[in-house]
Design a protein around this ligand. Structure first.
Ligand code: GDP
Ligand code: MG
Length: 681
């Protein structure tokens, strides 16, 4: 018979669910080496021996509690009729960490099949897993696969087809050395996970109460365990008074006993522990150490900027030469066809100067993301979240909030979306509020240009200081909010650290290409349009087409607003117009400067020196430049992030509040930066 079997892929973040899903479905979903990437579930189909399988890729989770959005999404999905068979994908090279979720899944009372992924890594490391003992102890089938090498794929689907209705587990054989049970029932040949007697007694009592009140409720044992854990979701769904059974939450006991059992499993099943695990531990004793962890992180980030500047600038030089040639070529073409001067101006001063200027920053962006991708794929970024957990919890945020913040260095838009991984709305609001202070890559061109123009050799240092200021302001904001509402991070970060591995070229290539593509498409759309609009408002005024820019609409608008910016050293109408235009996208601040000051190839050294003299002529110096960079760092994020912010918060009021806050902070900080700069210079 040809029926569809609904299969849910579930497992810890990073265990290869998406890779496995892609291997079956030929889809090209984003594979990533950090938690929180797959927040929404994805579906696809595959067939095997006349049977159709609907595969569902679920967000990665460490446990089945309902503290986080991913946990809630996954839990609801696997509990529902939507899924017939659970395929629990585990990273076989880190069994102990991965099997915790397995024990919870088995308790759900649905068919579970263990897919032991990353077998290539297991073999490469010379580890050995006892494939007979493992199913004996867990009571579920275990199939070795490698999603990356595409091995074991058909056997896995074969097993799924065979076990789709198998609710009874295979024979369970436990030894439990040194444990004697006086519990009325001997559950050891019935359930994989048997708790200590005092918990089992309580489970029995809750089941009895449930049988009276909710006779229809399926998997009562699982529900009973959730009651003992004081799980809010189950408790509100099926109210039951259990005060006389459980006077406190037994969550800790239940977790600990599961881990005890896991230790037992791993000691019996894992024959050769890998040397790599040992070396990971050793490296981690430095990288995640209490005192060294943070300084090492800061050093690594400094090195990333060093690369972004040195190698990036070196490559940028070639891009600039190309741009100069292209501009000359275009100018030649335009004059040979005797193009209208207005059209020539639009193409040369508007589009090529604007979009082309932005494109020359591609190497810096490329290097930045390459470095971040390597750090991430090697497993270091997960450590960073771990290192930051302590600091974050003092700010009333969970360590999880650090991940969106980290993404913020790339682009604020996905970073704000990643805040979905946070459990409570207050945490999410806070995270969304401070994420834009993480300096996104769109701000890099502004820093590169203005710091090279005004700070020469110290440009890199200036740039690093801006990134740091962003972080410090974010931390300060969170700290103040935490003091105001007195909130405490409730849940410790349940993040377990993947082993270090050499980064995968393919994964990194996809990641970097995606960022480069985003940047290019942004240059082709938002920046293109913004450049044209800028050109328009600078070349037209109340009297029509104007050749004198000071008669243009742009100048009129800028002059109205500029007094507001006088105190912070930015009271120049050109700068104000550039900042307003920068709301479209931060790079536009750079591209509009070239249009505003009529400088072609602004990023080349000749372009920069004419820009410096143009700015100098209006009295704009180093202190003003620093204030400008600080303002760019802190003021409202780009239009796209504002839209996402509003969507994620579901409130225009809150979004407006955030924008207002950011504008005020930006104004205040650039005020301080400007006056400090004046004193120093
Ligand atoms: P998910 O978070 O569970 O969806 O995990 P992903 O599918 O995004 O994979 C995380 C990382 O593990 C990626 O770098 C993959 O390339 C890598 N990976 C996945 N499966 C395998 C495998 O079977 N062997 C090896 N060596 N790496 C794998
Ligand atoms: Mg995934």
């Amino acid at each position: 018979m040809n029926s569809t079997i609904n299969v849910g892929f579930i497992g810890n973040p990073n265990c290869g669910k998406t890779t496995l899903f892609n291997a079956y479905t030929g889809a090209n979903l984003k594979v990533a080496n950090w938690p929180g990437v797959t927040v929404e579930k994805k579906e696809g189909h595959t067939t095997y021996e006349n049977e159709t399988f609907k595969l569902i890729d679920l967000p990665g989770i460490y446990s089945l509690s309902s503290y986080t959005m991913e946990e809630t999404v996954s839990r609801q999905c696997i509990m529902s009729d939507e899924i017939d068979v659970i395929v629990n994908v585990v990273d076989a090279s880190c069994l102990e960490r991965n099997l915790y979720l397995t024990l919870q899944l088995i308790e759900l009372g649905k068919p579970v099949i263990l897919a032991l992924n990353m077998m290539d890594v297991v073999e490469e490391r010379g580890m050995e897993i006892d494939f007979h003992r493992l199913p004996e102890m867990l009571g579920i089938p275990a199939v070795p696969v490698s999603a990356r090498k595409k091995t074991g794929l058909s056997i896995l689907m074969h097993t799924v087809a065979h076990h789709k209705t198998e609710l009874r587990q295979s024979p369970l054989i436990h030894h439990h050395p040194g444990k004697h049970s006086f519990h009325v029932h001997n559950h050891h040949d019935e359930f994989t996970m048997v708790y200590e007697d005092y918990i089992e007694d309580k489970i029995d009592s809750v089941i009895k109460a449930l049988e009276e009140k909710y006779p229809e409720l399926p998997v009562k044992r699982w529900h009973a365990i959730k009651y003992l854990e004081f799980d809010t979701d189950v408790m509100s769904r099926y109210p039951l008074s259990i005060e006389n059974i459980a006077e406190r939450s037994y969550e800790k006991d239940i977790i600990n006993q599961k881990y005890d059992f896991l230790e037992e499993i791993v000691s019996e099943v894992l024959v050769n522990k890998s040397e790599k695990a040992a070396s990971t531990d050793k490296i981690d004793s430095y990288l995640t150490s209490r005192y060294l962890g943070l300084p090492i992180f800061l050093l690594i980030m400094a090195f990333v900027f060093f690369l972004t500047f040195t190698v990036g600038d070196w490559m940028k030089g070639y891009f600039e030469i190309c741009l100069v040639h292209f501009t000359d070529f275009a100018a030649g073409c335009l004059s040979s066809i005797h193009a209208d001067p207005m059209l020539s101006s639009l193409i040369l001063d508007g589009i090529i100067a604007g979009v082309g200027g932005i494109l020359t920053f591609l190497p810096n962006i490329f290097i930045l993301f390459l470095a971040l991708a390597v750090l991430e794929d090697s497993g270091y970024m997960a450590r960073v979240a771990f290192i930051m957990d302590g600091i974050m919890s003092r700010l009333g945020l969970s360590g999880r909030a650090f991940l969106p913040l980290l993404l913020g260095f790339g682009c604020t838009v996905p970073a704000i979306m990643a805040s979905r991984a946070l459990e409570n709305p207050k945490d999410r609001f806070k995270t969304i509020l401070i994420t834009p202070f993480m300096s996104c890559s769109a701000r890099l061109p502004v820093y590169v240009l203005f710091s090279s123009m005004f700070f020469g050799k110290n440009a890199m240092l200036v740039c690093y200081s801006l990134y740091l200021s962003g972080i410090i302001i974010a931390i300060a904001t969170a700290y103040v909010l935490c003091k105001i509402d007195g909130s405490k991070a409730e849940h410790a970060l349940l993040i377990e650290l993947p082993e270090y591995k050499s980064p995968n070229v393919h994964t990194i290539a996809i990641y970097v290409w995606e960022k480069v593509k985003d940047y290019l498409s942004k240059a082709g759309t938002v920046i293109f349009i913004a450049s044209v609009i800028m050109w328009g408002i600078l070349n037209f005024g109340p009297s029509g087409y104007v050749t004198d820019i000071s008669q243009s609409f742009g100048s009129l608008i800028g002059k109205v607003v500029s007094p507001l910016f006088e105190p912070v050293g930015l009271g120049y109408w050109q700068i104000v117009v550039a900042l307003i235009a920068g709301i479209a996208a931060k790079e536009v601040v750079v591209s509009s400067c070239s249009v505003l000051f009529g400088i072609q190839n602004i990023t080349s050294s000749s372009g920069m020196s004419s820009m410096v003299s143009a700015l100098g002529a209006i009295g704009f110096g180093a202190a003003n430049a620093y204030a400008l960079m600080v303002f760019c760092l802190l003021y409202v994020p780009c239009a796209a992030s504002i839209a996402v912010m509003k969507r994620e918060l579901g409130s225009s009021g809150k979004t407006a509040l955030i924008i207002l806050y950011q504008l005020s902070v930006a104004w205040l900080m650039s005020f301080i930066a400007y006056h400090a700069g004046l004193l120093l210079s």
